[in-house]
Design a protein around this ligand. Structure first.
Ligand SMILES: Cc1cc2nc3c(=O)[nH]c(=O)nc-3n(C[C@H](O)[C@H](O)[C@H](O)COP(=O)(O)OP(=O)(O)OC[C@H]3O[C@@H](n4cnc5c(N)ncnc54)[C@H](O)[C@@H]3O)c2cc1C
Length: 398
């Protein structure tokens, strides 16, 4: 993941190769410290948290203590003064924690819900929401999807009516990561009757506002440790100081946030693919059949080679997109391509890992089963594969 996956003996390890830009030796040090944390404090609990359908909120406070919730945020808000590339390291390393749900819950907070507060928030909003979020004292969620509006973001129906001193919000959100535990929700609402591209705005809603209800916790194929919530808003009064960004400019906020979300998903997929390859190599070396390690069967070696090529191709595209994004360039095309190339590939690699493990691959105790379920979300969440292709088709002039 530093540009030198630790696949097996004979392949250069991270220690022998220089990090691939935009990563530097400084990022490498951060990577090692996050990796130690993930291996010691997250991975050993993955199974327990998956079974419990929940990971403790203390994970956030512990990560805050270590400075990991605020890597890219300025020190004046309690952050570490780093940038997006530091968060990219964190995202790759979190994908080693053996639970897509834990990585998603943390990612929902750091990667998609707090960035708009930092980027578009007033000083007062940053103090009230970003500072406690970086401390792990308040947990955040991003609420865009609704029962009738997912890919078609412009179809959002939740309505915020202008009243004296603020808004009254009515509507519902669904599939919201951290939706059950979140103390505040950065959410998209209609602020004109028409809604759509020029009629959406963002509001910050607090869980204890009257009329804000966590209507359900959804059961899922994967990401079991994360809480995916359904939310209902019944005449929720939101003070006007909680308008995030300009009124009726919410569509642009959504689009700008998507870039980083999609890049994070690509980075997570790259990390997950590497992990699947490492696990498979180990298994192919250890497991014997017909008197030899199964890795001696050419067909399995070839499968592994294909997995490694998928990983490498997705990683190179993702790092390319990350370099452009971190450099402040327009990276829409590359980010979209990276998301598209990495998500289905990660699922296929996890599925291949299940196959290479035989019956063991279908068992819970081998993490490949979980990875196959967890990675299935990739081609759906954060914009489906079909939507990525639509974006690229338009970019190509159609
Ligand atoms: C576990 C999980 C966590 C999530 N977390 C969050 C979160 O934290 N916050 C949040 O706001 N959302 C979240 N989502 C929602 C997620 O972003 C949406 O599910 C996703 O964008 C797809 O929207 P949809 O489910 O409404 O599917 P739909 O839009 O109904 O799509 C159904 C199918 O139609 C296809 N389709 C739709 N439009 C087109 C088109 N124009 N051309 C071709 N095909 C099309 C889609 O690709 C898909 O195959 C989460 C979802 C899941 C499953």
């Amino acid at each position: 993941m530093t540009g030198a996956p630790e696949f097996s003996k004979g392949v250069p390890t991270a220690a022998q190769r220089r990090p691939i830009p935009p990563f530097t030796d400084e990022h490498q040090q951060l990577r090692e410290s996050i990796r130690r944390f993930v291996e010691k404090e997250l991975a050993p609990h993955a199974m327990e948290w998956e079974d419990a359908r929940w990971f403790p909120n203390e994970v956030f406070t512990r990560m805050a203590e270590l400075g990991f919730l605020g890597l890219k945020y300025p020190e004046e808000y309690g952050g570490e003064g780093g940038d997006y590339v530091h968060d990219a390291v964190l995202t790759e390393e979190l994908s080693r924690c053996r639970s897509g749900g834990v990585a998603a819950g943390i990612g929902g907070h750091i990667g998609i819900a707090t960035p708009p507060v930092w980027k578009f928030g007033t000083e007062d909003q940053r103090q009230r929401y970003l500072v406690p979020a970086i401390k792990g004292a308040k947990i955040a969620a991003l609420g865009i999807t609704e029962p009738d509006a997912g890919s078609d973001v412009a179809g959002i129906k939740t309505f915020a009516e202008r009243v004296d001193g603020g808004y009254v919000v009515n509507g519902a959100k669904t599939f919201i990561t951290n939706g059950v535990r979140a103390d505040f929700l950065v959410t998209a609402v209609k602020t004109t009757q028409e809604g759509g591209h020029h009629g959406l705005s963002f509001l910050i809603l607090e869980k204890d506002y009257e009329g804000y209800e966590v209507a359900g916790k959804l059961e899922k194929l994967g990401w079991h440790a994360s809480d995916t919530g359904e939310l209902a808003f019944n005449d929720v009064f939101v003070p006007e100081e909680n308008l995030l960004g300009d009124e009726n400019q919410g569509f642009y906020l959504i689009m700008s946030n998507f870039q980083w979300e999609r890049l994070l998903m690509a980075l997570g997929a790259v990390g997950s693919m590497e992990r699947m390859i490492v696990r498979s190599v180990q298994y192919l070396q250890e497991r014997t059949a017909f008197g030899r390690p199964i890795g001696k069967f050419q067909v399995l070696r070839h499968k592994l080679a294909e997995m490694a090529v998928k990983h490498e191709a997705a990683r190179d595209l993702t790092y390319h997109a990350l370099r452009l994004f971190a450099d402040g360039q327009d990276a829409m095309k590359e980010v979209t391509m990276a998301k598209l190339a990495s998500q289905r590939a990660a699922f296929e690699v996890a599925d291949d890992a299940v196959q290479l493990h035989g019956g063991a691959g279908y068992m819970k105790e081998y993490e490949v089963e979980r990875a196959a379920r967890d990675t299935r979300l990739g081609p759906i969440g954060g914009g489906t594969d079909e939507i990525m292709k639509e974006i690229l088709g338009k970019q190509l002039g159609l």
